[in-house]
Design a binder for this molecule. Structure first.
Ligand code: GDG
Length: 500
């Protein structure tokens, strides 16, 4: 299909009744005060990523999007069914909001989702906190979402869950509706059995996910881990490994890898729009000399992203290669998230302390080694940062995919950047061959890889980056959606052919 046309290729109807379910909603409503102090309601639109990509699909299909209504003015615009039509101009589809109490947010979101499933799936068994209250709330909220989906569904629905907040709801929906087609995309890693077996609720999670007809992961390894976990945890499950199918409790789930792509065309266009004056502005705002080489890192502040490990490699670089002092600046764009969780507060402190230490140790009156950007930056500025940085560091210690790596590549319209990529990120499966591969814990080799990137000749840079761009452009978000929907359509046809 043609990439970058803002939707799937239209060669097939996605579904008569598409219901997308995600924790975060595509649109939020909030209050704004005008110059006279009058309060009015404004709508915030999808900023990028999958949400922005799915929005036009929803507009085409007149479906329903079910999500947590977390905007301060959300309740003011919804009807008695908690629904509002979006986008505001056309009202093309229904956004159905689920209201969560403080206790539910604490237990379901901050608790089970982000203090149990997130660390567990990223291999952090020691970090997972199995608090009974979290599990209770997680079940309760999954149940509430399932009820809302059942109430929204009409004939022959296709329900599509996003992510780890809804491991239980697929089975609940299957039990509540006549013959729904249920699918799920799990955006984070799925761990090996030896990690997963630590989870006291493991069986229930697997049973919940086996309520799906189609379960997608970013890479094959996560699918295989999932099949293995089911095989070991559920005696009554029959696994057809070749067909990647699981039969459990009279129902078949197909498990497949669908590596998520980005809206490469939109990133490319924003990057092309960032002319040299934008670069000059960027350097001036962040006080980076015009001749200084920029290295960049862009992350949500999460312990899976390997930010502290990256700073150690940079410190080693400036320690052992004094020529790079004053000539190379590292720009860290970091977005704080989940700040109510102590592990995230610890990480924020560790990152801050590492940066202070490095800047105190090597900084001079004219040069700050690490520039830290905490504020959200709009896509145009982000793309300028990508484009004009000679090297990008992606050093995740474990990461489902890592979209930032792909965004950096898509923004390299001059084909002159180098991507340094952790072999622990899902993106490494597709990009590892032409990126420079690192193990984030191997500080010495990581620093060597940075030197290699900084000294790489222009021809090699161009060849590597052109190959990476080709991969990212040809496997973009729209190609991904087409593949997911085509697989769903085939499975539904098969189901109908087999008589349900
Ligand atoms: C999870 C999985 C998987 C960040 N700061 C700004 C900004 N961002 C955008 C980036 C990128 C996104 O946030 C982060 O995506 P990642 O993929 O890197 O990471 P997670 O948030 O952990 O996402 C991950 C992903 O789900 C999708 O399945 O890849 O493995 O952990 O798009 O650009 N965007 C803008 N300004 C910022 O300041 N505009």
């Amino acid at each position: 299909m043609a990439a970058n046309d803002g939707g799937t290729d239209g060669s097939m109807p996605v579904a008569d009744d598409l219901i997308v379910v995600s924790n975060r909603q595509p649109y939020t409503h909030s209050y704004e005060h005008d110059d006279e102090g009058e309060r009015r309601i404004t709508v915030n639109r999808p900023a990028g990523g999958l949400t922005a990509g799915l929005d036009p699909v929803m507009q085409e299909t007149d479906g329903t999007w079910v999500a947590w209504g977390d905007g301060e003015a959300d309740a003011d615009v919804t009807d008695e069914n908690d629904e509002v039509r979006m986008p505001p101009e056309t009202g093309a589809y229904i956004l159905r909001r689920i209201w969560l109490s403080e206790e539910e947010v604490e237990g379901y979101y901050y608790g089970y989702s982000n203090r149990v499933l997130w660390p567990l799936c990223h291999g952090g068994t020691m970090k997972a906190e199995y608090v009974e209250r979290y599990w209770q709330r997680y079940q309760q909220v999954n149940d509430r979402f399932a009820d809302a989906i059942a109430a929204s569904a009409s004939n022959d629905p296709l329900v599509w869950f996003q992510d780890y907040h809804f491991a239980l709801a697929p089975r609940m929906v299957r039990d509540a509706l006549e013959d729904p087609f249920v699918m799920h995309f799990w955006h984070i890693t799925w761990p090996g059995w030896d990690t997963f077996r630590a989870c006291p609720q493991g069986e229930q999670l697997l049973e919940g996910l086996l309520g799906n007809d189609l379960l997608g992961f970013h890479v094959e390894r996560y699918s295989e881990n999932f099949l293995d976990c089911v095989d070991r945890a559920l005696d009554d499950a029959f696994i057809d490994e070749d067909g990647h199918r699981i039969n459990y409790d009279g129902h078949t789930t197909t498990v497949r890898a669908f590596p998520l792509g980005i809206d490469a065309g939109s990133i490319r266009e924003s990057s092309e729009a960032a002319d040299p004056s934008t670069e000059a502005d960027l350097r001036s705002v962040y006080d980076i000399g015009s001749e200084t080489t920029m290295i960049v890192g862009v992350d949500r502040l999460d312990y899976t992203k390997g930010i502290v490990e990256r700073l150690e490699a940079l410190e080693r670089l400036w320690e052992t290669e004094p020529d790079y002092r004053g000539t190379v600046t590292y720009v860290q764009k970091a977005s704080e998230s989940r700040s109510l969780i102590p592990d995230y507060q610890d990480l924020q402190r560790d990152v801050r302390e590492s940066i202070e230490r490095i800047n105190d140790r090597f900084g001079t009156d004219d040069w700050e080694p690490v520039v830290y950007i905490a504020d959200f930056v709009p896509q145009e500025e982000l793309c300028a940062l990508y484009r004009y940085s000679d090297v990008m560091l992606v050093s995740a210690v474990r990461d489902g995919m890592n979209l930032v790596a792909k965004e950096y590549v898509a923004a390299q319209v001059d084909d002159d950047g180098v991507l340094i990529l952790s072999d622990q990120a899902g993106a490494h499966e597709e990009l590892g061959e032409h990126a420079l591969t690192i193990n984030p814990y191997d500080t010495e080799s990581f620093a060597d890889a940075i030197v290699r990137a900084l000294t790489m000749d222009p021809g090699e840079r161009r060849n590597r980056m052109a190959a990476l761009r080709e991969q990212v452009e040809s496997h973009d978000l729209y190609a991904w959606m087409d593949e997911v929907f085509a697989t769903a359509r085939d499975l539904r046809e098969q189901r109908d052919h087999d008589g349900g």
